[in-house]
Ligand binder design. Structure first.
Ligand code: 6PG
Length: 468
């Protein structure tokens, strides 16, 4: 009997789509699932591809169906379920076999699992997969961590199923242990910021301009043909046009204004702060989702604090477009700075230009900007900062006046723009060669004798506080 090239465990939406994608590319795929009744259903869905699908109900049969050294890919809920599966499958595996976690996992868990399995002679790969169901089925972008040995086994399959940008597969081995999951986490953080920036523009047009959804759709549709071309702008235009069959209203008008989140945006912010960074645009987007969920508070606040909008000096659509260009650049720049810091902390030697390249197709944040970012990173900008690459700095400087006008008019009118304002403040903080942290240092030394550096001589110093 032919042995399978890879095993896919977990036949939910993403697992099924990846298994079918692998089969379509000519690989033999062993499949299994915790609930065995899902398996025959999946085989039926596979149609002609079922010839390359090897279903098994037990873990023993599933492992036995695989070519050695084995590669087993899990698409199951992150956290405790992954630990349980590792405990169950690892005794059945042999030295040199690889376990892949292709879900959105916390990279700290991935690092812990990789170290524990290494002690048993097994390889553990954290692999970020982006692109939703459609991407998984027809070409995702994949961010791979783990050992070179695992990558050599996985690479032909991953490159075959990945999205292609001008023929280049959107998948790369980015570094050891948790590198792939970390990069996927930051991808999602940028995804949050981009989505929130779009929602803020929608809010300005709806609440400031009084525009209906289909008219706003037209704006995003036009923008999608210019520098803002991206998957998220494209689907936004489509979503704003969709009509609810039950009421005949725009679908967006019958959707509750409470956004969910599974944790990756929050992880980006937490890890950024741990690394001494601040991805403030991403943090604003995560926070905005949190505020959105507190509907009871917002209802009470709109009563007590007033829901009204002050006079709104409407910015032009051109200004809004340029404002979004600036915000998108700044959110990516913050994400890349976090990855740079993590790469140094965890010795991953991340090739950040390659990260930008594998995000050019297949993933949720794919956009026209990413090709330019890849080039900007390769140009080795001063301080390794994306915003200082000549082309990016020029683009930012051209777009920032529009961002100022949009944020200023929104703030004066009382319309919330958390990501836009946080991004602008970061940009302005960066531009100040002499900031205000000298006063923070004076305060710290005043109450805690923490010491400070002087501008005119070396060493740690204290202020004359007691004497003043
Ligand atoms: C992707 C998406 C995907 C998923 C996230 C959304 O890259 O394909 O990011 O991973 O949609 O889980 O995250 P939230 O549920 O937190 O919005």
């Amino acid at each position: 009997m032919t042995k399978a090239d890879i095993g896919v465990y977990g036949l939910g939406t993403m697992g099924s789509a990846l298994a079918l994608n692998l089969a379509e590319q000519g690989f033999d795929v062993a499949v299994s699932n915790r609930e065995p009744e899902w398996i025959p259903e999946f085989v039926k869905e596979a149609g002609a591809l079922a010839a390359q699908i090897h279903p098994s109900e037990t873990l023993q049969d599933f492992v036995a169906a695989l070519k050695a050294p084995r590669v087993v890919l899990f698409l199951i809920p992150s956290g405790a379920p992954m630990d349980q599966m590792i405990d169950q499958i690892s005794p059945l595996l042999a030295e040199g076999d690889t376990i892949i976690d292709a879900g959105n996992a916390d990279f700290n868990d991935t690092r812990r699992r990789a170290a524990a399995l290494e002690a048993q002679g097994l390889h553990f790969v954290g692999m970020g997969v982006s692109g939703g169901e459609e991407g998984a089925r027809h070409g995702p972008s994949m961010m791979v961590g783990g050992t070179p040995h695992s990558w050599s086994r996985l690479r032909p399959m991953a490159e075959a199923i990945a999205a292609k940008f001008e023929g280049t597969p959107c998948v790369a081995h980015l570094g050891s242990d948790g590198a792939g999951h970390f990069v996927k986490t930051v991808h999602n953080g940028i995804e949050y910021a981009d989505m929130q920036a779009i929602a803020e523009i929608y809010g300005l047009l709806r609440d400031g301009g009084g525009w209906e959804a289909p008219r706003i759709a037209g704006v995003f549709e036009r923008w999608n043909a210019g520098p803002l071309q991206s998957y998220l702008v494209d689907i936004t235009a489509q979503a704003l046009q969709a009509v609810d069959p039950q009421t005949g209203l725009p679908v967006v008008d019958v959707i509750e204004d409470r956004a969910g989140q599974k944790g990756t945006g929050r992880w980006t912010v937490i890890e950024a702060l741990k690394l001494g960074q601040s991805a403030s645009g991403i943090e604003a987007a995560v926070g905005a989702r949190g505020w959105s969920s507190d509907k009871a508070l917002r209802l009470a606040a709109s009563d007590i604090l007033g829901a009204g909008t002050q006079h709104y000096d409407k910015p032009s659509l051109d200004d809004m477009e340029q404002a979004f260009v600036a915000v998108r650049i700044l959110a990516h720049a913050q994400g890349f700075a976090v990855m740079q810091a993590a790469s140094e902390e965890f010795d991953w030697a991340l090739d950040l230009a390659r990260v930008a390249e594998i995000w050019r197709a297949g993933c949720i944040i794919r956009s026209a900007l990413l090709d330019d970012l890849a080039e900007a990173i390769r140009s080795k900008p001063p301080q390794g900062a994306l915003v200082l690459a000549p082309d990016i700095a020029a683009r930012l400087n051209a777009a920032i006046p529009a961002l100022r006008r949009v944020v200023a008019s929104a703030v004066l009118a009382g319309l919330p723009v958390p990501v836009m304002s946080a991004s602008l403040t970061w940009y302005d903080s960066l531009r100040h060669a002499r900031g205000t942290a000298n006063l923070i240092q004076a305060q710290r030394d005043f109450f805690g004798r923490h010491g400070f550096l002087r501008v005119d001589k070396p060493g740690a110093h204290h202020g004359p506080w007691a004497e003043s």
